[in-house]
Design a binder for this molecule. Sequence first.
Ligand SMILES: [Zn+2]
Length: 86
Amino acid sequence: MIEIMKKIFDLFSKIKKKNIYAVYEDDLNGLLQSVGIKDSLELGKENCHVCGTQVTYKSLRAIIKVDNEYKVVCYNQDCINSITNK
Ligand SMILES: [Zn+2]
């Protein structure tokens, strides 16, 4: 568990300049609420910005801001790579 948190933290440090928010479980609900995607996520209406797969609480890994809109990214490593390498 600590390993995972460290990985997420490393990722977050790397990308925080780019309007990308890594997801921490503790304040996930607050974060989702503040960016206005909590309800649509619960309703299954959020899709990964990269691969288009439906994103759930379990598969949510990051939230990114694209053209002033918040988009979710799933936990697929390719999707994470794609947003961090841009
Ligand atoms: Zn994806």
